[in-house]
Write a protein that binds this ligand. Structure first.
Ligand SMILES: Cc1cc2nc3c(=O)[nH]c(=O)nc-3n(C[C@H](O)[C@H](O)[C@H](O)COP(=O)(O)OP(=O)(O)OC[C@H]3O[C@@H](n4cnc5c(N)ncnc54)[C@H](O)[C@@H]3O)c2cc1C
Length: 323
């Protein structure tokens, strides 16, 4: 056995534990990468396990115009690369793997990935969120054949084609505006008669000649064989059904937090978002959560990054005091 020190606390752990990390950060979106920067500058040599999306959801979007410090906007993936570079400069380490299992029952916490097992005195969870599906007939079968959840990734394939976008929030409008660069027309299908998106985005969308709206409607089925051909719509007020021909269906109807791995350990709300206190502490001392994994309200790069920084500051204090 060897002694593990955590502030004033001392704990015996098996000798075969080759290395216990001070801090492991799960996820490499704005929250995780900002946490990595702050933890690295506190000389904690944080290890970031990136998952599949280095840069997180932000890397899926073409331009980010509302992250301070970039008056002309910045590419989504470019911003992620800059975050990473800055954290690496101060000693953050990166493991390009996916977390498959955790054990938070005792310190050191155990984290398994596809290829390795890690131990950590503290953990910051910043695994973000994943896009919600429509869950209608044809959606799964035609994903990658015209059904998409990322305009930046797939917009290019829809040059001079007709597409529909589902949703009424910021993402739906941002993506719709971006998709007008390629598509001949973008029809936004929204289940209500008004949008949730911010006013500037609404004005841009209403003024864009390529964008039109179908209100109070949902997609009941996506039809096509090797590619999307049409969607069947239902008007939720009248119950009337109609068919709309389209080459693509882009879905932007919110996100579900990537928190399944932590369900048996951490307190969560009814939608699966991790519950933290104002210091981004979870119910387990030494485990912190930051970004969209615990925030279903702000959902921005700047707010997620801020929470990541806060989590690293709190984790540093925890490691110093064991409190
Ligand atoms: C299309 C689009 C456009 C957007 N545009 C803007 C914008 O213009 N301005 C703005 O402020 N915000 C924008 N946002 C929102 C912004 O991107 C998010 O709020 C932000 O990325 C959330 O950061 P996060 O770090 O909490 O989570 P995410 O960005 O979701 O990152 C999650 C990270 O966790 C990793 N991960 C997940 N599961 C695992 C696992 N099992 N093991 C290891 N790692 C894992 C992922 O690989 C990823 O690195 C946009 C979002 C989208 C989808």
């Amino acid at each position: 056995m060897v002694e593990l020190k955590l502030g004033n606390l001392k704990k015996k752990v098996p000798k075969d534990v080759s290395k216990v990390e001070e801090i492991i950060i799960l996820g490499a979106g704005p929250a995780g990468l900002s946490a990595a920067l702050y933890a690295a500058r506190a000389e904690l040599s944080p290890l970031v396990i990136t998952g599949m999306e280095l840069g997180g959801q932000a890397s899926l979007t073409n331009t980010i115009e509302n992250y301070p410090g970039f008056p002309d906007g910045v590419g989504g993936s470019q911003l992620g690369e800059l975050f990473q570079k800055q954290a690496e400069r101060f000693g953050a380490k990166f493991e390009f793997d996916v977390v498959t299992e955790v054990d938070f029952n005792e310190v050191p916490f155990k984290i398994k990935t596809f290829s390795k097992e890690f131990l950590a005195k503290s953990v910051i969870i910043s695994t973000g969120a994943s896009p919600n599906l429509l869950n209608v007939k044809g959606e799964k079968e035609l994903t990658g054949k015209g059904v998409s959840y990322c305009g930046t990734c797939d917009g290019w394939f829809f040059k001079d084609k007709k597409i529909v976008v589902v949703g009424g929030g910021d993402s739906a409008l941002e993506e719709s505006l971006f998709l007008t660069r390629f598509a001949s027309s973008v029809t936004i299908i929204h289940r209500r008669d008004q949008l949730r998106a911010g006013k500037i985005l609404q004005t841009r969308a209403f003024n864009n000649p390529k964008i039109s709206f179908i209100w109070d409607s949902i997609i009941k089925e996506i039809q096509g064989d090797q590619a999307v051909k049409k969607v069947q719509l239902e008007n939720v007020k009248t119950g009337a059904h109609s068919i709309l021909e389209t080459d693509g269906v882009f879905v932007f109807i919110g996100h579900t937090p990537n928190t399944n791995l932590f369900k048996s350990f951490l307190d969560m709300d009814q939608n699966g978002f991790i519950i933290t206190n104002q210091y981004v502490k979870t119910n387990i001392p030494g485990v912190f959560a930051a970004g969209e994994v615990m925030d279903s309200h702000f959902k921005q790069v700047v707010t997620s990054a801020g929470m990541g920084a806060a989590a690293a500051i709190e984790a540093t204090k925890y490691l110093e005091s064991g409190d």
